[in-house]
Design a protein around this ligand. Structure first.
Ligand code: ADP
Length: 399
């Protein structure tokens, strides 16, 4: 047990953490806090092969959840502590200044702070994790590494990342599409190249990361050439609480005709929309899946989610030139909800995608594999492992 990395991934509504050896992929401890800020926040973690689950209260914040992780989960594990050589943090947005993984210092913290307007739900959560860890583990304070989601999108062409607004807003104010979830798209596309036995540099895939935040990326010849998230993670697919694409005029209408303040509109579009806003009940897909055939509003919200996802996948096919090697599903929803995969992929039959209904039902809960028939463009479910990619980047930098 040596050269361990502690990985912390503070998301918008969840916190994932693990202690692992990136060289042999061995995980010593791993866990996730889910449903932050909802009625029931719960944590599950696995240590020495034993799984623990605990309800940690109602409307729990990132700070409270991290204190629980430090005091209840990580405490008294000296054998692990003394072998940790670095701490890797997932950071969603590097802003205009950072485009690669870096050792965290005060200047980097300030760059991450400056990028908050580009990732208002995520960078603040990432910073809470960074600051609390530096305070909790002073011996390792100079061994914290930030791994950015935006790094994966550095080679996107201008045709994808520029908005059709006056050019000056890009040149002077850096308004452009930056993308998010890059770590996950990066990881699953590399795994896909192994599973499809195709050299990464010639791999053409469309990757769908579907979680509380959701995004699609088009990867051509191993380079990401488009993605659905934009200046911020608000653009694109229908998400847990985010609207994704809307006509910008909706904002003017809400402000000028209904009298809602700009700050409130921001809150509506980021925290009260998406599956939560449409269903009127929850953004939690466990509930939505169970009630799809029971509750009409739930059905409608899930149908809208799949409608938009299928449109994105179909439109990204035109970026592939002459060949599409596969479509990948990942993230909490992509990995577990066979209903979503079925509803989305059935709309893509004309594009050459033919679902294997049985395989689609079987491949859930951390399994990976093919869910299409032999005469189809392959669709693969690949559980994401952002932690592993972060750990690999971290060990490279700290050593
Ligand atoms: P985040 O963006 O916070 O990392 P995740 O990738 O963990 O999100 O995905 C969270 C979503 O996945 C939630 O909608 C959750 O309900 C859904 N989800 C996770 N596990 C399951 C499951 N076993 N069955 C159905 N939905 C699930």
């Amino acid at each position: 047990m040596n050269n361990l990395i502690f990985v912390l991934n503070c998301g918008s509504s969840s916190i994932k953490f693990s202690i692992l050896n990136p060289k042999n992929r061995k995980k010593y401890l791993s866990g996730v806090v889910e449903c932050l800020f909802l009625k029931q926040t719960f944590i599950t973690w696995k240590y020495l092969g034993i799984k623990h689950t605990k309800n940690i209260g109602a409307y729990i914040s990132h700070q409270d959840a991290l204190i629980f992780i430090f005091n209840e989960v990580l405490s008294k594990k000296q054998d692990l502590y003394k072998n940790i050589v670095g701490i890797g943090h997932r950071v969603v947005h590097g802003g205009k200044k950072i485009n690669t993984s870096v050792l965290i210092n005060d200047e980097i913290i300030s760059f991450i702070e400056q990028a908050i307007p580009f990732a208002p739900l995520h960078n603040p959560a990432n910073l809470i994790g960074i600051k609390m860890v530096i305070e909790k583990f002073p011996i390792l304070s100079k061994k914290n590494v930030a791994v950015f989601d935006t790094s994966f999108y550095q080679k996107m062409p201008k045709t994808s990342f520029l908005y059709a607004i006056p050019y000056i807003f890009y040149k002077k104010h850096h308004i452009r599409r930056y993308g998010a979830h890059g770590i996950s798209h990066d990881y699953v596309s590399h795994e896909a190249s192994i599973m499809l036995n195709q050299d990464f540099n010639s791999l053409n895939v469309i990757t769908c990361h579907l979680g509380n935040g959701s995004s699609v990326s088009a990867i051509r010849n191993g380079v990401c050439v488009d993605t659905s998230m934009g200046l911020t993670p608000l653009e694109g697919l229908v998400m847990g609480t985010r609207s994704g694409d809307i006509d910008p005029s909706v904002i003017f209408f809400m402000h000028q005709k209904i009298g809602i303040s700009i700050d409130k509109i921001n809150e509506i579009l980021t925290k009260e929309s998406g599956l939560l806003g449409l269903s009127g009940i929850t953004s939690d897909f466990r509930y939505l899946e169970k009630n799809y055939f029971i509750d009409k509003r739930v059905k409608l919200s899930v149908d809208i989610f799949c409608h938009r996802l299928s449109k994105y996948i179909a439109s990204y096919m035109c970026l592939m030139e002459n060949r599409l090697d596969g479509v990948i599903f990942t993230g909490g929803i992509g990995e577990n909800v066979s209903l979503i995969r079925k509803l989305t992929l059935s709309k893509l039959y004309l594009m050459g995608i033919k679902l294997d209904i049985e395989q689609n039902i079987l491949i859930i809960h951390g399994k990976s594999g093919l869910i299409t028939l032999n005469n189809s463009i392959p669709v693969l479910v690949i559980p994401t492992n952002e932690e592993l990619l972060i750990a690999k980047e971290t060990i490279k930098i700290v050593s």
